[in-house]
Design a protein around this ligand. Structure first.
Ligand code: FEO
Length: 395
């Protein structure tokens, strides 16, 4: 993809990864982009690079705008390799460029690329004058790595927050008004849920900090997906809501099954929830995308997890799911559990212990049936769904 001028003398020079389907375990069904930006002024600055496999594309895009010996600065907002692994190739071409990162960014760059890399550090409030434009730096630790930093371009009001406000979405359009809004917000929510959810309280504070700085924001140019220009506040407000845990009257059922008993229980629990007028989402783990399940959990008030017992333990797919969601530190939801077993219990106890260890709010009642649920046990499942729906309604 050729470069795109996103504002006067500010160019998108990144790469579109149309074929990306697995981003360290996150299923990117619509691909992704690695956004890098070039600012041409009296001095020239590159903001971030791309994944190493797109180094040639980045180099070509830069080279069509500026001669490499004229590249003065390379700003590294974040060292994760999808943004920095083209740096070694770019440094070889841009021999005069100074590399700039946060102090923790410097440490991480040295750890990734060796002691030979020379990095100057900046802190929140530091500025770099390019000419008409000035770059201001805002450290954003743990959004989502310790090194993360935002770069703000005065004279244009462009915020480059790296991973924050991004989406894994490969499109030919570079701006929010060039893609379908429902797809864009779905991908933005998925990105937040699967990458940023553990840092909700830090995000809420960073948004408050940004708002209190009263800097004009005309464009938000993240490092993945499209650039927010038609209404940058839309994604800021969405992050505010997500980070504050704004949720809907929605319950997500996540389960797996061996011979159908847990499926039968899940279906009846879903009927009980729906009978109370509460939206229910239903996922059998081995037939679903965990990335999408987590997106549904983001704004749900309760999650009900079911598992058969296998070898006195929860089913492996359920174990993997709980490991993932506990790591994401999902907050403010009610978690309930059910399952089936043959001759020895284990799954429900193990699931509840995992959730308690993660400090989830766990519903005190669980349902566990032997072999195949009886009519009476199915009645219990129906009531279980109804009771949790009522709890959600009254919360
Ligand atoms: Fe897009 Fe944290 O890397």
């Amino acid at each position: 993809m050729v470069s795109v001028e996103i504002s006067k003398d500010v160019f998108w020079v990144g790469a579109i990864d149309w074929n990306a389907r697995d981003f360290h375990g996150y299923l990117t069904k619509r691909g992704t982009t690695y956004n890098a930006y070039l600012i041409k002024d009296e001095k020239t600055a590159l903001i971030d690079t791309v994944k190493y496999s797109f180094s040639d594309e980045l180099a070509k895009n830069i080279g069509e705008i500026v001669r490499f010996e004229k590249l003065d600065y390379i700003i590294i907002n974040h060292v994760e390799m999808d943004h920095s692994s083209a740096l070694p190739q770019i440094i070889k071409l841009a021999k005069n460029a100074k590399i700039i990162a946060s102090p923790r960014g410097k440490d991480a760059l040295i750890k990734h690329y060796g002691e030979g890399i020379k990095v100057e550090t900046v802190k929140t409030g530091d500025q770099l004058k390019l000419g008409k434009r000035t770059l201001s730096f805002i450290e954003a630790p743990m959004l989502h790595w310790p090194d993360s930093m935002f770069t703000y371009i005065t004279d244009g009001g462009i915020l480059m927050p790296n991973d924050a406000f991004g989406q894994h979405l490969a499109t030919s359009g570079r701006f929010d008004d060039e893609v379908e809004e429902s797809i864009l917000m779905e991908e933005a929510a998925k990105y937040y849920a699967n990458i940023l959810m553990p840092f909700a309280s830090l995000i809420a504070r960073k948004i408050q900090e940004l708002v209190s700085m009263k800097i004009p924001i005309k464009l938000i140019a993240p490092s993945h997906g499209i650039i927010w220009r038609s209404n940058p506040m839309k994604i800021i407000n969405a992050y505010k809501n997500w980070s504050e845990g704004l949720s809907k009257n929605k319950i997500v059922i996540v389960y797996d099954s061996m011979w159908g008993s847990t499926t039968t229980m899940a279906r009846v629990i879903a009927d009980g929830i729906a009978s109370q007028g509460i939206d229910v989402k239903f996922f059998k783990l081995r037939e679903s995308d965990v990335t999408e399940i987590v997106t549904e959990i983001l704004d749900a008030k309760a999650v009900i997890v079911g598992s058969p017992t296998l070898n006195n333990s929860m089913f492996p797919s359920v174990g993997a799911f709980l490991t993932y969601i506990c790591g994401l530190k999902s907050k403010g939801k009610l978690w309930a559990f059910f399952g089936s077993y043959g001759w020895g219990k284990g799954a429900v106890k193990q699931m509840m212990e995992s959730a308690q260890k993660a400090n989830f709010e766990v519903y005190e009642r669980a349902i566990e049936v032997q072999y195949v649920p009886t009519e009476k046990e199915l009645e219990e499942c129906l009531n279980f769904g109804k009771d949790i729906a009522q709890k959600v309604k009254s919360s």
